[in-house]
Ligand binder design. Structure first.
Ligand SMILES: Nc1ncnc2c1ncn2[C@@H]1O[C@H](COP(=O)(O)OP(=O)(O)O)[C@@H](O)[C@H]1O
Ligand SMILES: [Mg+2]
Length: 389
C-alpha cells in the first residue's frame, strides 16, 4: 500500500477516535444533567414539608410572643429565612418542571430583544454597554421561548457579574448551516482553563456564598440539550468569555428552500386510507410534495413542527371534523388561514356553509387536481392582497 494512503487512513482513524471521545463526553454530560434534574425535584419535594412545618410553628410562636421582645425578633428571623428557603425550593421545582413546556415556532431575535429590554436598566446602572448584532430579518427557531430566554438571562447575568464595574457585552444571533446560533461575548477577565473544565457542572461556582449557586450554566446546558443543541464556551484569560447556544432547525422550512423541483409541501388529512392514498398520488403527480395523515391530532403535531404551503383536510372525519381541525390549525399557525382547503365526499354546500365566512375553499372528493390548483392560486392572490393592505 502506498505511503500516502496509509497516512490518509491513519488520519481518518484519528479523526474518528476524536469524534468518538467527544460523543462520549457529551453523552456523559447529558446523562449527568438529566439525573441532576430528577435529583433536584426529588430533594425539593422532600424539603418542602418539613420546611412548612418549621414555618408554621414559628408563626404560631410569633403570635404568642410579645412584640419587641428578643424572642419575637429571633422568631421573626426564623420565619423570614424559612420563607426564603421556600422561594428557593419553588425556583428549583420550576426549573425541573421545564420539560412540560411545549416548543413552538418563534423568532429568536424577538426573544433576545425582550430580554435585552428587561435588562436595559440594570446595564445602564452598572455602566455596561450592550452591542446588538442580530441577524437581519427574523430568525425562526422551534423552541420553548421561556427556556431560551432563561439561557440568555443567565449568560447576561454571568457576564455582568464577571465584568463589574465596567465593560461591554456583545449579543449576536445568526444562522449557520442548519443551526441557529445565539452568542454572548463579554470583555471581562475570561475563564482560566481549570475553571472552564468545570463550569457546566451543577453547583460549581467561583463566586462567594450568596452570589452564586453554580446552577446557572448547568441548567443552560440542559436546556440546550433538550432542544437538541448545545452550549459551548470559548475563553482565554484576560480576553473575555464567549458563550454560544446552538439549536438545530428542523428540516423543511418552506417551499422556497431549494429542495428540488417540488411545487411546495402539502399536508393532507383524511381518515380513509384509500382516499388519502389517492389524493397523495394525484398531488405528487402534479409536482407537489405530500405529507399525509389519517389522524387529525398527528396532523396538528406536524403543523406545529413544520411549515406547510397548503393544508388539505377532509370535512367529515373520525374524531375531529374539518372545521374544528381548521380552527385548531390556525390557532397553532395563523398564516394557514390563507392556505387551507377543505374537501368533502358528502354535500359540498353543507361543508361550504360551515366555513363560508372564513373564505376557506371547499372541493369535492375525489380530488381533481385542476380544481386544487385553482383554489391554491385564489388563496395566494388573497394572501398577497391581505399582506399588501
Ligand atoms: N462570563 C463569564 N466570565 C467569567 N467567568 C464566568 C462567566 N460565566 C461563568 N463563569 C464562571 O462559571 C462559573 C459557573 O457559572 P454558573 O453556573 O452560572 O454559576 P454561578 O453564576 O452561580 O457561579 C462561575 O462561578 C464563574 O466562575
Ligand atoms: Mg450564573
Amino acid at each position: 500500500m502506498p505511503e500516502e494512503n496509509i497516512n490518509e487512513l491513519a488520519a481518518r482513524v484519528r479523526q474518528l477516535e476524536e469524534s468518538l471521545i467527544r460523543r462520549e463526553e457529551e453523552l456523559r454530560r447529558s446523562q449527568k444533567l438529566a439525573s441532576v434534574g430528577l435529583l433536584l425535584s426529588g430533594v425539593a419535594h422532600e424539603l418542602n414539608s418539613p420546611l412548612m412545618s418549621v414555618l408554621g410553628h414559628a408563626q404560631i410562636l410569633l403570635a404568642d410572643t410579645p412584640a419587641g421582645s428578643q424572642l419575637h425578633t429571633d422568631l421573626a428571623v426564623i420565619e423570614m429565612e424559612s420563607k426564603r428557603c421556600q422561594r428557593i425550593i419553588k425556583n428549583l421545582l420550576a426549573y425541573t418542571r421545564k420539560q412540560e413546556q411545549k416548543p413552538v415556532w418563534t423568532d429568536l431575535n424577538k426573544l433576545v430583544l425582550e430580554i435585552l429590554e428587561l435588562k436595559a436598566f440594570d446595564f445602564r446602572r452598572s455602566q455596561l454597554a450592550v452591542i446588538q448584532d442580530l441577524s437581519r430579518g427574523p430568525l425562526p427557531v422551534f423552541a420553548v421561548p421561556g427556556q431560551i430566554q432563561q439561557v440568555l438571562l443567565n449568560l447576561l447575568n454571568n457576564a455582568e457579574q464577571a465584568m463589574q464595574p465596567k465593560g461591554n457585552i456583545r449579543v449576536q444571533t445568526r444562522r449557520e448551516q442548519n443551526d441557529v446560533v445565539l452568542s454572548v461575548a463579554d470583555s471581562g477577565p475570561g475563564i482560566p482553563p481549570e475553571v472552564r473544565a468545570r463550569i457546566f457542572e451543577p453547583f460549581f461556582t467561583t463566586k462567594e456564598a450568596g452570589k452564586g449557586t453554580g446552577l446557572g450554566l448547568s441548567i443552560c446546558a440542559e436546556i440546550a440539550e433538550r432542544h437538541g443543541g448545545r452550549l459551548s464556551v470559548e475563553s482565554e484569560p484576560g480576553r473575555g468569555a464567549c458563550f454560544h447556544l446552538r439549536i438545530p432547525v428542523p428540516e423543511v422550512e418552506s417551499a422556497e428552500s431549494p429542495a428540488g423541483p417540488s411545487r411546495g409541501l402539502v399536508l393532507v388529512v383524511d381518515d380513509e386510507e384509500n382516499l388519502l392514498a389517492l389524493t397523495r398520488r394525484a398531488l405528487q403527480q402534479a409536482g407537489w410534495t405530500v405529507e399525509g395523515y389519517r389522524d387529525p391530532a398527528q396532523a396538528l403535531e406536524a403543523l406545529r413542527r413544520k411549515r406547510f404551503d397548503v393544508v388539505l383536510s377532509d370535512f367529515i372525519m373520525n374524531g375531529l371534523n374539518g372545521d374544528a381541525f381548521y380552527r385548531l390549525a390556525i390557532e397553532a399557525r395563523p398564516e394557514l388561514a390563507r392556505r387551507f382547503i377543505l374537501c368533502t365526499g358528502g354535500d359540498i354546500e353543507e361543508a361550504r356553509a360551515v366555513l363560508d365566512e372564513d373564505g376557506v375553499p371547499v372541493l369535492q372528493k375525489p380530488l381533481a387536481i385542476d380544481e386544487f390548483d385553482a383554489a391554491v392560486s385564489r388563496l395566494r392572490s388573497a394572501e398577497g392582497a391581505g399582506a399588501g393592505a
